[in-house]
Design a protein around this ligand. Structure first.
Ligand SMILES: [Zn+2]
Length: 158
């Protein structure tokens, strides 16, 4: 099972090029580590090797062994799990209502506003400061979560 005993798969010298949470926008999504074929993973470490044709999506334990780095894989999982907790509490923050009747939140110097989609009845949009997002969402909460995800991409802790 897995790649650990295969001769054509490098055992060391892998580099982690990305990491992400499979449950970032859904609940209970898991995968199996592509290195050992056994570890059930929620947090994916994307590993790359100059002598291997493909990236491998692996769990924390294998990521540590493959890169010989036993510190960063755990740190990355901590970042993802903190982000997940913040995302959960995002909706229960105290959103205020603007004079126009739109939910808004001022956070870390940004103004996040949720408003009804103009051309799609019953759908919702958001803007961050003066940047109007182009997507529409089926309900307010989805729009709020999308705003959270975008703010994360600005790489800010919110
Ligand atoms: Zn594994």
């Amino acid at each position: 099972m897995g790649h650990w005993d295969r001769k054509n798969v490098p055992q060391k010298g892998w580099e982690c090029i990305d990491f992400y949470d499979l449950c970032a926008d859904a609940n209970e999504v898991y995968a199996t580590c592509e290195m050992c074929g056994q570890e059930r993973i929620r947090y994916v470490h994307v590993m790359r090797h100059p002598d291997f044709y493909d990236d491998l999506l692996v769990g924390c334990v294998c990521a540590g062994k493959m890169s010989d780095d036993y510190v960063n894989p755990e740190k990355h999982e901590k970042i993802l799990s903190n982000r997940s907790k913040r995302r959960k509490s995002w909706l229960s923050r105290t959103w205020r209502v603007s004079a126009k009747g739109n939910d808004f939140l001022n956070v870390k110097g940004h103004n996040v506003t949720i408003f009804p989609a103009k051309y799609r009845l019953g759908h919702w949009c958001f803007k961050i400061d003066d940047d109007f997002n182009q997507n529409t969402y089926e309900d307010k909460n989805r729009a709020k979560l999308a705003a959270f995800d975008l703010l994360q991409k600005y790489n800010e802790k919110i």
